[in-house]
Design a protein around this ligand. Structure first.
Ligand code: PLP
Length: 401
């Protein structure tokens, strides 16, 4: 049987990691892998996580199964964190939340739910988008299409083009929108743009699927979901995939949830039964350990305020590196063409240079990023920002000459 299978090329990001590890150069810079790093280059375990984990270990009495829906107290806390305590969808009991193995698990279960409800639906994803969106959603068998979102060379959102494209989508189609900290561009919709988008979704009867992987990484836990709450106030059916990989640093524990808002309470119950059946048919039950830690932090006021502080520190570290890199680029290049890095949000920005420049940055300067020129700003340090800026300035000039 397995003679039918040819060996696949390694995932681009894994290939890049391998090259980075093999590079002996002392000043090499990793802007590739999408994890937070502190000033020592580590992806730390948050202090609130360590403390909550201790509590979980001390109070746990069994390793027996939880359920396909995961921990109910985790699900309730996630719903409140995302929608807020007073949201109409919660008051009207139209929201259902089910724990999932990370944001990826939530995206995949959401895609299977859409497929079960309406197999011929097209899912419109932003161009550009996170590389994993296509396999995660596409492997459910749904058709995928792209809407213009960001012009990497001009460093600008393509909002008018986005609206124009979505205006031509078929009623019932799904639109995947990054809730905040767009990956890879770092360019987010402002609140007015969210309002305009909401009107279009309503008018064209499109269903939003909101990917919320970075709540707290742009401004704060509430401000980062303003767009999500706005959409969910007006649009009758909404899917939201949440992840706690980045904002709680629980990456390998696989903590996430799928929130589905339906037209009314009885639809919401029907939807939940399908979500649970899908979960049972793929992985049966989500892993519990990380969700137990997250639930402990969400419920305990001391742990929660420690989390909010640690989250602010991660956010501020990235923001300060954005400012630093933009400043060095201004000096190295002599103009403001890279100032956009400073005003974008989250971990990523697109340098907006051709793949050939990305190759030269890696081969000549040992600076690693994905071929679309996505930089993880958490790889920038006070002692490498000037080096990266000088390398970008040099390679840009070489290509232009
Ligand atoms: C845009 C986006 N969505 C979803 C995820 C899912 O993350 P995880 O499955 O690790 O929770 C990520 C992680 O990098 C992401 O960048």
């Amino acid at each position: 049987m397995f003679q039918q299978l040819d060996r696949l090329n390694p995932d681009a990001i894994l290939g890049l990691m391998t090259k980075f590890r093999a590079d002996p150069y002392a000043r090499k810079v990793d802007l590739g892998v999408g994890v937070f790093r502190d000033l020592s280059g580590n992806t730390p375990i948050l202090d609130c996580v360590r403390r909550a984990e201790q509590t979980v270990l001390e109070s746990q009495t069994t390793k027996s199964y939880v359920s396909a829906a995961g921990r109910e107290e985790f699900n309730a806390a996630v719903e409140e964190l995302v929608l807020g305590a007073e949201h109409s969808a919660r008051r009207e009991r139209r929201a259902r939340t089910v724990q999932a193995p990370g944001g990826c698990g939530a995206l995949r279960v959401g895609a299977e739910l859409i497929r079960a409800a309406a197999p011929s639906t097209t899912v419109h994803v932003s161009d550009p988008t996170w590389g994993n969106h296509l396999p995660l959603l596409g492997s459910s068998g749904l058709r995928l299409d792209r809407y213009p979102y960001y012009d990497a060379a001009a460093h600008q959102l393509r909002f008018e083009a986005m609206l124009e494209r979505l205006d031509r989508a078929a009623a019932g189609d799904v639109v995947l929108v990054h809730a905040c900290c767009h990956n890879p561009s770092g360019a987010d919709l402002n609140l007015n743009q969210w309002r305009t988008l909401t009107e279009l979704l309503l008018r064209r009867r499109l269903v939003p699927f909101l990917d919320l992987a970075y709540q707290g990484f742009a401004a704060d836990l509430d401000a980062d979901v303003a767009g999500v709450r706005l959409v969910a106030e007006s649009v009758p059916e909404v899917l939201i995939a949440t992840s706690y990989s980045k904002n709680l640093g629980l990456y390998r524990e696989r903590v996430g949830a799928l929130i589905v808002i339906s037209e009314n309470e009885s639809r919401a119950e029907a939807v939940r039964s399908h979500v649970l059946q899908i979960a049972r048919s793929i992985y049966s039950m989500p892993p519990d350990h990380g969700a137990a830690i997250a639930a402990c932090i969400f419920a305990d006021s001391a742990l929660r305020s420690s989390w909010i502080k640690e989250l602010a520190a991660m956010r501020e570290r990235i923001q300060s590196m954005r400012v630093l890199l933009a400043r060095h680029l201004r000096t190295a290049i002599g103009d403001e063409s890279f100032d956009f890095i400073e005003s974008q949000r989250g971990m990523f920005s697109l340098l907006g240079v051709p793949a050939a420049v990305v190759d030269r940055l890696r081969e000549r300067h040992h600076i690693y990023m994905t071929s679309d020129s996505r930089m993880n700003l958490a790889g920038i340090m006070p002692d490498n920002a000037a080096y990266v800026a000088a390398a970008v300035a040099a390679e840009r000039t070489v290509l232009a000459a």
